[in-house]
Design a binder for this molecule. Structure first.
Ligand SMILES: NC(=O)c1ccc[n+]([C@@H]2O[C@H](COP(=O)([O-])OP(=O)(O)OC[C@H]3O[C@@H](n4cnc5c(N)ncnc54)[C@H](O)[C@@H]3O)[C@@H](O)[C@H]2O)c1
Length: 357
């Protein structure tokens, strides 16, 4: 697959987001986030999302340059409405505000409702960790057709409702980041598989008759069938709780059918930010976190495994490799991005020049 140097792809995203109407700071937040998701190995939440964002912009379902609207500010509880603003910018700003409060009070519960797609949720876990905070994030998806079949369901009833927990390393980074869709695979991974012409992993997708299939084509092209919840009834239960906490409790858009769908992507997110210093000795907590990690990693690998990884390890490795080698982007994904850019009035010759072609 062709790879594109990181700086060139970043410049392309900046050019497109500026053309969408975003002011410079927002364009940079979006570009940094999308490129960061690709670097972390999550192509499903990287630059490949741009055609969807441009489609939503044209339909009035994504609004550049939104300011967060505080709906409630009660000390350790902050409720913010994002007005369908660019998720990568409004969620980043929400975390910044929540972090200040968590440092002051020890912890904060932050409800962010009605954001356009927030992207890779781990980014916010990492942002909190960089500020020395542990964080938990429950996210739901609204205004979009459901993609995920909860346990036992023969069709889709929920979004892929991601969940994230991150622990700070006390050195300005994250020691562990668990960041995952509650569906067996993220929808974007089915899209990437479809674009590459490869099957999805077994037992992750059902067809329109509720039968398991490894062919993502009908799901991606015709929106038939569904992604299964991960981990049988347990993962499905977590997906349902993301809907309850991320969607219902925050006052965001849920998937129940009284809400009309306009084919946007609205994420609502309940985040809990905790300052370890409010719980005990941060150095002792850090020691425990490291020691437990080492204890787990020291296990003899089970059959079929070469080594033990912790949550966040695969993303760290992908980042190191891709920063050096560039970001792989299949031809269809790139063609879709360029077509979306042209729909904003950008000239193909200028886009090609940005990509160094
Ligand atoms: N905004 C949205 O609406 C939305 C919806 C769904 C998913 N997402 C995002 O999609 C991205 C991809 O989600 P996913 O579920 O496909 O992720 P994934 O399955 O690739 O990884 C899930 C988690 O497992 C860990 N992991 C992976 N392989 C491992 C291994 N071998 N050993 C130990 N740990 C391992 C990863 O570090 C990660 O924390 C996430 O960033 C998520 O936030 C966003």
């Amino acid at each position: 697959m062709p790879t594109i140097p990181v700086a060139r792809l970043h410049e392309l995203v900046l050019t497109i987001v500026r053309a969408m109407g975003s002011r410079e700071e927002e364009a940079r937040d979006v570009a940094d986030h999308l490129i960061g998701a690709n670097l972390a190995g999550h192509d499903s939440h990287g630059v490949g999302m741009l055609p969807d964002y441009v489609r939503m912009l044209h339909a009035g379902l994504l609004v550049p340059n939104q300011e967060l609207k505080p709906l409630r500010d009660a000390g350790a509880v902050l409720v913010l409405d994002a007005g369908r603003g660019f998720g990568q910018a409004v969620a980043k700003e929400a975390m910044r505000r929540g972090a200040g409060r968590a440092k002051e009070l020890g912890a904060v519960v932050l409800a962010l409702r009605n954001s356009a797609h927030v992207g890779r949720v781990g980014t916010y876990g990492e942002q909190c960790a960089a500020m020395g905070l542990a964080s938990i994030h429950f996210v739901n998806v609204g205004d979009h057709m459901p993609h995920q079949a909860p346990f036992g369901c023969g069709d889709a009833r929920l979004g892929t409702n991601p969940f994230c927990v991150a622990m700070p390393d006390g050195k300005g980074g994250a020691s562990l980041v668990l960041d995952m869709a509650t569906s067996a695979i993220a929808f974007g991974k089915a899209r990437v598989a479809r674009n590459k012409g490869v099957p999805v992993p077994p037992d992750t997708v059902i067809d329109k008759h509720g039968r398991v299939t490894t062919d993502p084509t009908a799901l991606v092209d015709l929106r038939e069938g569904a992604l299964k919840a991960f981990g049988a009834h347990k993962g499905s239960g977590l997906a349902i709780m993301c809907e309850m906490l991320g969607g219902a409790l925050t006052g965001g858009l849920t998937m129940q059918p009284e809400h009309e769908q306009h084919h946007g992507i609205v994420n609502s997110m309940l985040s809990i930010l905790i300052d370890p210093a409010s719980m005990g000795d941060p150095a002792a907590i850090r020691h425990e976190v490291e020691a437990i990690g080492q204890w787990i990693k020291a296990s003899p690998p089970a059959e079929g495994f070469e080594e033990i990884l912790l949550p966040g390890d695969p993303e760290r490795r992908a980042k190191a490799a891709r920063q050096a080698e560039g970001i792989p982007l299949d031809d269809k994904s790139l063609a879709d991005i360029l077509a979306a850019a042209e729909s904003l009035g950008l000239l193909r010759s200028r886009l090609d020049q940005t990509l160094g072609r």
